[in-house]
Write a protein of this length. Structure first.
Length: 368
């Protein structure tokens, strides 16, 4: 099913149209604790939700789990969900991933609509049809490819975000710029793009994200849409979207298994922050192995360091991080696979690196 992506200027109208076109016998809305508190009040008065059953799961990526999944299945079952029901996922990447997986498997598949409420979900999790949950301490270990009936994007939800969550989504936008063109990459890293996220007050961030940045947001989503359309099930080009993610998922899983409160990055680390640090490592490997231009690498690394700080790991953590990378879904046999770049937009898939080269990239992340 082709995904229907809507940049909404009238959320109530657009949701009513999508839900009425599905003619569901029962309507369910999935939120987590955060989106129940911050986002549900913005839509609960919509007439189309007057008979909706609300399902709430705990917040945080650590709860993208089989326990939360079973809770959603149980609520769907108890409230009489059928193959003709519809699930609306109102939330960030965790809600969209888990809700999409719950919908794709309940009764062998019911329809669902994503309403992403975070920048990360808008540019990444809600688009492309990947669903899933974490398992065994590993990110997205179990999941399906299942397209939502529609993704409805309303930038007003960005007004509910803090700086760290805006930055989390912006890391994926940086990745899309690197995969696209020099002009797109330069637009993402230029000074005003970073300063209005990092240095503005929350109210100014809201204004900027809702108005000034909508074109760059749409451009970022278009990059992912174009790649996914050419390779829906990640047999080839879609692997490009894993840039920064081999290291990034390892950092994320490591932070779940080894929480370190009271640091610059309280754990578990946000997905986009982990990807930002992963980009540093994988651009280093791109320079070493593929000839990526050093100056472009340095500009990108400077942007990440200025906006995301540093990651609290030591050389003693390297063996565990490499072990986590060995579980990456892109791997073949014992080799750890990476998406690297020879230049911006010049993508090199299925690249490998030795353990020594991986340690050098981690050294570069820590020490520059």
């Amino acid at each position: 099913m082709k995904q229907n992506l809507i940049f909404s200027e009238d959320l109530q109208r657009d949701l009513r149209r999508e839900i009425e076109s599905a003619s569901p016998d029962r309507l369910f809305v999935l939120t987590d604790e955060n989106t129940r508190r911050l986002c549900w009040p913005l839509v609960e008065g919509f007439s189309v939700f007057s008979d909706a059953r609300l399902i709430e799961i705990p917040q945080g990526d650590a709860n993208k789990s089989l326990d939360s999944l079973a809770m959603v299945w149980g609520e769907l079952q108890r409230d009489g969900g059928t193959r003709h029901s519809l699930l609306v996922n109102l939330g960030g990447g965790m809600v969209c991933d888990l809700g999409g997986f719950a919908a794709s498997t309940f009764k062998r598949g019911i329809r669902f609509v994503n309403i992403p409420t975070t920048l990360l979900a808008m540019v990444d999790a809600s688009v492309g049809g990947k669903t899933g949950v974490n398992f065994g301490g590993l990110k997205n270990e179990i999941g399906t490819f299942s397209e939502p009936q529609a993704v409805v994007i309303d930038t007003k939800f960005l007004e509910t975000l803090d700086r760290e969550n805006l930055l989390s989504g912006y890391a994926e936008m940086l990745k899309h710029g690197l995969l696209d063109t020099v002009e797109h990459w330069a637009e993402v890293v230029k000074v005003h793009s970073s300063k209005f996220i990092v240095h503005s007050s929350k109210s100014n961030v809201q204004c900027s994200m809702s108005n000034v940045q909508c074109p760059i947001l749409e451009r970022s989503i278009a990059v992912k849409q174009r790649i996914v359309a050419s390779d829906p099930h990640e047999k080839g080009l879609r692997k490009a979207l894993n840039l920064g993610h081999t290291f990034g998922h390892a950092f994320e899983s490591f932070s779940i298994q080894h929480p370190t409160p009271n640091t610059q990055h309280p754990t578990p680390i946000l997905h986009g922050h982990a990807v930002a640090f992963g980009l540093i490592c994988e651009l280093y490997l791109s320079v070493v192995k593929c000839g990526f231009p050093t100056e472009k690498m340095r500009q990108t690394v400077q942007f990440v360091r200025e906006n995301y700080g540093s990651l609290p790991i030591t050389c003693d953590d390297y063996p565990e991080l490499i072990r986590l990378m060995q579980h990456d879904k892109k791997n073949i046999g014992d080799s750890i696979r990476f998406t690297l770049l020879a230049d911006i937009g010049d993508i090199r898939l299925d690249q490998t690196a030795s353990h020594e080269e991986i340690k050098e990239a981690l050294d570069f992340l820590r020490e520059g």
